[in-house]
Write a protein that binds this ligand. Structure first.
Ligand code: NAP
Length: 244
């Protein structure tokens, strides 16, 4: 079985790669920096004695996505599991001052993710097998003033995955939407929160388990399901007054 990691330099993607490789699966690590991707692949190959390769992709190079998936499949064979883990979260206030930043947030987290999922889903549907694991976020469950560009892009990606799942179901292609809370990665560096921050390895264990059980959606860690239930149930006339 072959697993494609999109955004392989993300600690979450890398940990997921190690988890699949520990089960003997071949890995293709892809990131903007081909050298970094190859380094991730070499480490995985060395530690788990599996086939692993690495290469360049960019979420914003829309015209290259189809050819990129072809390149991956000629390197490691048909992709059985694709993990869409790349993402950006620039400062919200800076994005309000400079819409270019906001636009990049939307294009990387949503448009780029949807473009790659389409290229992968088309092939998986033809083969009537495969799984797409999309990393959304709890931030996509409700818009908040502190990060609504990032949150809206992640929320759009969640809705996209829902529709894709509906399309893929009759073709035996699984679409898993992962909604992490706070994870200890460069994205959350310096963030202060009363809610526990979990390790990428803990996230990876839960994600791989959920994918292999055929799940559709998940919060990780699980307690975010309860936190978001409360946040989503606050009536809008009250919610709009909160400083969140
Ligand atoms: N950390 C959290 O608390 C948290 C919570 C909820 C959801 N998430 C989501 O989890 C995923 C992984 O994030 P992380 O926390 O591991 O963050 P991270 O360490 O910042 O990783 C983000 C990854 O996205 C890649 N990337 C950025 N722009 C790209 C582009 N244009 N094309 C291709 N790749 C691009 C980066 O690659 P480069 O090395 O090339 O920059 C990097 O590999 C993201 O989708 C994030 O939104 C994270």
């Amino acid at each position: 079985m072959s697993v494609l990691l999109l955004g392989a330099t993300s600690p979450i993607a890398e940990a997921i790669g190690h988890r699949y490789a520990s089960q003997g699966h071949a890995i293709y690590a892809a990131s903007r920096d081909a050298d970094e991707a190859e380094a991730v692949a070499s480490d995985i190959a060395l530690r788990h004695d599996v086939e692993a390769a690495g290469g360049h992709f960019d979420a914003l190079e829309f015209d290259r996505h189809d050819d990129f998936v072809d390149e991956v499949e000629s390197a490691v064979g048909p992709v059985d599991v694709a993990v869409v883990a790349f993402g950006v979260m620039p400062d919200q206030k800076e994005s309000q001052e400079n819409f270019k930043l906001a636009r990049r947030t939307i294009e990387v987290n949503y448009t780029g993710a949807a473009s790659l999922c389409e290229a992968l889903a088309r092939r998986m549907i033809d083969r009537e097998t495969g799984a797409i694991v999309g990393i959304s976020s709890v931030a996509g469950d409700r818009g908040r003033q502190s990060n609504y560009f990032y949150g809206s892009a992640k929320g759009a990606f969640r809705l996209y995955l829902q529709g894709l799942r509906n399309r893929c179901f009759e073709h035996d292609v699984q679409v898993l939407c992962v909604k992490p809370g706070f994870v200890d990665t460069p994205m959350t560096f310096g963030m202060e929160t009363a809610i526990p921050i979990v390790s990428p390895e803990d996230v990876a264990d839960s994600v791989v388990r959920a994918q292999q059980k055929g799940k559709d959606t998940m919060y990780v860690p699980w307690f975010w399901a309860w936190i978001m239930l409360i946040i989503k149930s606050i009536p809008e006339p009250i919610f709009k007054r909160l400083s969140l």
